[in-house]
Write a new protein. Sequence first.
Lengths: 376, 376
Amino acid sequence: MDFTVHHKCSRYRARVAEIGTRRGAFETPVFMPVGTQGSVKSLTPEELKEVGVRILLANTYHLYLRPGHKVIEKLGGLHAFMKWDGPILTDSGGYQVFSLSQLRTVSDEGVLFRSHLDGSRHFIGPKDAMAIQEALGGDIIMTFDECVPYPADYEYVKQSVKRTTRWARICLESKSKKGQTLFGIVQGGMYRDLREQSALDLVDMEFEGYALGGLSVGEGRETRNRVIRETIGLLPEKKPVYLMGVGMPEDIIDAVSLGVDMFDCVLPTRNARNGTLFTGAGRMSIRNARYLDDDRPIDEACGCYTCSRFSRAYLRHLYMARELLSYRLNSIHNIYYYMRLMERIRCAIKEDKLKEFRDAFLASQRNGLEHSLEEH
Amino acid sequence: MDFTVHHKCSRYRARVAEIGTRRGAFETPVFMPVGTQGSVKSLTPEELKEVGVRILLANTYHLYLRPGHKVIEKLGGLHAFMKWDGPILTDSGGYQVFSLSQLRTVSDEGVLFRSHLDGSRHFIGPKDAMAIQEALGGDIIMTFDECVPYPADYEYVKQSVKRTTRWARICLESKSKKGQTLFGIVQGGMYRDLREQSALDLVDMEFEGYALGGLSVGEGRETRNRVIRETIGLLPEKKPVYLMGVGMPEDIIDAVSLGVDMFDCVLPTRNARNGTLFTGAGRMSIRNARYLDDDRPIDEACGCYTCSRFSRAYLRHLYMARELLSYRLNSIHNIYYYMRLMERIRCAIKEDKLKEFRDAFLASQRNGLEHSLEEH
C-alpha cells in the first residue's frame, strides 16, 4: 500500500493524501460505506461506484458466522463473492465480538463467545482473526483488539491495552499473505496515558496504518476530540489514520481537522432505512406529513439518482407503505451525500479553506437542526 | 387504443397482436408485473424497462387508501408520481375491496368497507371507481365488479352478475376522460350460463377490451380452462382479452392457447421475495443448503443482470441474511424470466409452433418439479 500526502492544511493537521492498493487508489479523507454481510444494504456494486464509493468496509464477525470465511475463500474471496472489484477493508471482528455476541469470555488467548444468530460457541483470537481476514481477502485488514465498554475502570483498561498490544504483535507475526495491508488499532479508553501507551506500543511495531478504536461509544464530542488529538500526535505523520465507526458529518469534519484520513459508519445507510435523509440544510425526516404532496426533490442542489428523479411525496409514500424501493432510493441519496461531503472536505483542504468550509457547514447544519426540530 | 392482430395460431385460438396506447405500443400476449402501491417491489422504472417490461399494473384500492388518488392527481398522475412513462393498467379496486378490506357491505350502489390499514370507513361504487382511476391516470382502466368467493351459490352469483353488469354500464356512462381505455370484466363464477350472461351483457356495451375476473380463486386448472374457453368464444375476436391474476407459467401457456392476450400476477415478485426462482429446468428454492458454495448463476442460460453477475452461493447468502439486495436481485431474475417466457410464447405463435413449445415447456417443467421436490 502506498500513502502519499498531496496537500496539507496550514491551520489544522488536516491533509489530502492518496492511498494506493492492489485494487486501485483513492483520495483521503475518505468515507467507507459499510457492507456488513457482504452487501451495502439494498445496493448493487454498480450503484456504489456510481455514487462515488471507492472503498467499502465489510465485517469479519458477520461473514465468519455466515456464510463462513471458508465458503467465501472457496468462491474466490469476498471481492468475487460480492462482485466488488474496488478496495475492501475488513475489520478484525473485535468490535462485533464485544458488542453483538453473547456470553463472551475474554482471556489472553482471545474471546470465547456465542453467536448472536444461533447461540453456537466460537473462539476467535488474534491468529484466527488474521486467518479469517486472509480468507476473506480484504485489501486492508485490522489487528484483533479488545473493545472496552465506556465508561471503564482504569485498571481494567490498563490490562486490556496490554492484551491488545500482545494481540497486535501476534497478528503482525502471523500475517502470511502479501498484498494485504495490516493496520494496528489504538485502544486505551478515555485515559490519556493508556492511549499513549497503546499508540507507542503499536508505532514500535511499524504498522502500515493506524486506527483509533473504542471511540464513538458515548464519550461525547469534547472527550472524543481530545483523545483523537492526543493520540494522533503520537502517530507517524506518513501513515494513514482511520477513526473507526465515526460518524455524523460534523464529527467527520472535526476529525479531519485533527488529522484523520479514513472513516466508516453505518449512519448513512441506517438513517436511510429509518427515513432520515441528509440535505444541505440539515437532516430531513421523510415520513413527515408535510411532504405528502411535496413535488420537490429531497435536496434541490443534490445530483443523485433519487433527487434527479423522485419527489419527496413519492419517497414519503414509499416509506409509509414500507416499500423496498424506499430503502434503496434513500440509501442512494445518503451515500451520495457522504461522498459529496468528503469531496467538499478534500476540496477545502486543497484550497486551504477548511476553516471557512467548517464554519459554513456548521451554520447550515444549525439551520437544518432547527428545521428538523420544528418538523416533529 | 389500437388492437391489431398480426399472427394467428392455426391450431389454437392463440394470437400475437399489438396494442397501441397513448404511452406507446406493446405486443401481446403480454405479462404485466404488479406495482401494487406505485412501485414494483424493490425495482426502479429503469430496471423494469431493462428487463423488458412494457406495461405495468397498479392497484386502485391501495393507491386510493395511500397516498390517496387526489394526492397523486395533484402531482400529475401516477406516471409522474412513480416516474414510469410506459403504459399503466389500473384495476378497479373491486378485487381488493372484496379480498382485503374488512366488514364490507355490498349494495346495488357499491361497497361500504373498512380499510385494512387503519379500519377507516370508505364507500366505493362504480362512479367512484371511475373517478379514482381517472385521477390516477392509467392508460387502461377497468370497470368496477363484484368478485364472488369460490365456491358460491348459484342464486348469489346470478344476482351478482346483474350487479356487475349494472355497475359496468354506470362506469361506461360516467367515464369522462379521453385517452383512457375502459375494459369490462366478465364475472359469473364457474357457472356456464352466468358467464355467458355476463359476457353478452358486456359485449352489448361495446367495451374496448374484456377481462375475465373471478378466476384463479381455487377452482383448479380444468375448471378455469373450461370457463376461459366458454367465455372467450362469446367475446369479439377483434378485442383484447385479459385474464386477471393468472399466474404460473404453465397456466399462462394454457390461457394463451385459449385466446388470452394479457396477464398480470404477483407471482414473479412474490416468489422472488420468498426465495423461489424460475429457471429453464423448473423452480429453484435459493435457500437450499446445496447452494452454499455453488458458484454457478441461477440459470446458465439466463441473460438477466442477476445471472450475469452473481452466484447461487451469494444469492443464497443474501437470502439467508435477509439482505434487501436479495429481494431485488431475485425480482430482477424472475421478472426477466416472465418477460422472456412471453417473448418465447409470441415467437412460437409467429412460427405457428405453439404446440411444440408447450410440449417442450411442460416436459422441462416436469423435470424441474421433480428436481424441486428432491431439494426439500
